[in-house]
Write a protein that binds this ligand. Structure first.
Ligand code: SF4
Length: 250
């Protein structure tokens, strides 16, 4: 089996996920109310953006719960209510009675600045970040403008908008894979990169395999890593890559 076979299987899976009908709500966490809030781009597009801002240095599932937990504390999550909060209010919300994030003070600051940016640049309507069929680079850049958001989260945000929310973009060239432990492990096991590959090498490898939409490889790789390609004792017999994978033990 060749690299072409591996590429085809991953891309077919990625395209299938991209073409799938929209999920309602999208599953971000194990809490239904949190998923409903994050999926409601009509009324709470800022919840999705603020969850992206929180998605650092803690488990993603817990970070994506934060907008819902703030909503419970504030008894609502309408943007005007958030825009009234001072930096000190955000600090109180994030720190007490228990910290909502591993770094509550830093994240309180990031939330405060994110809400100010949404107000000043987008009139409080976060959906303006992606309205009008923008280029993928524009969306990624707009996420990078939020304090604390780096390329990994910015490309992840653009990928979720395109793939899961079905937001139309004029291209997908600038949506890279968001390298995490699952994506890294699967790229290595599939022989796409060497064991010591840097994040940049993995990103450029994905670009070389899928130049028009590198991020199409992201979810298939992540799912393989989470479901079958465990660091120890991979379940190759159940993995759909077993016939083409050079590391398969099935
Ligand atoms: S076949 Fe096995 S080693 Fe290869 S990607 Fe799947 S689980 Fe990992």
């Amino acid at each position: 089996m060749s690299e072409g076979d591996i590429r085809k299987l991953l891309l077919d899976k990625g395209q299938g996920l991209f073409d799938a009908p929209p999920q309602k709500p999208i599953i971000f966490t194990h809490v239904k109310a949190a998923n409903l809030l994050l999926s409601d781009l009509e009324r709470y597009s800022h919840a999705f953006v603020l969850a992206c801002v929180m998605d650092r240095q803690m488990k993603a599932e817990l970070a994506w719960l934060i907008p819902h937990r703030l909503e419970q504390k504030l008894e609502g999550f309408a943007f005007p209510k958030l825009a009234q909060l001072s930096l000190s209010d955000w600090g109180q919300l994030m720190r007490y009675p228990e910290p909502l994030h591993r770094f509550p003070d830093l994240m309180a600051e990031n939330l405060f600045h994110a809400v100010r940016r949404l107000e000043l640049a987008y009139g409080g309507d976060a959906s303006r970040i992606w309205e009008g069929r923008p280029a993928s680079a524009t969306v990624v850049y707009r996420f990078l403008e939020f304090q604390g958001v780096g390329p990994k989260i910015a490309t992840m945000a653009a990928n979720i908008l395109a793939r899961d929310f079905k937001i139309p973009l004029s291209d997908h060239y600038s949506i890279d894979v968001s390298v995490d432990r699952h994506v890294r492990r699967v790229f290595i096991k599939l022989g796409l990169v060497p064991d010591d590959a840097t994040d940049e090498k993995i990103i450029y490898r994905a670009r070389s395999l899928s130049p028009e939409y590198p991020g199409l490889l992201d979810l298939p790789s992540w799912e393989i890593g989470r479901n079958w390609c465990h660091p120890h004792d991979p379940d190759c017999a159940a993995c759909y890559m077993r016939r083409v994978c050079p590391s398969s033990v099935a």
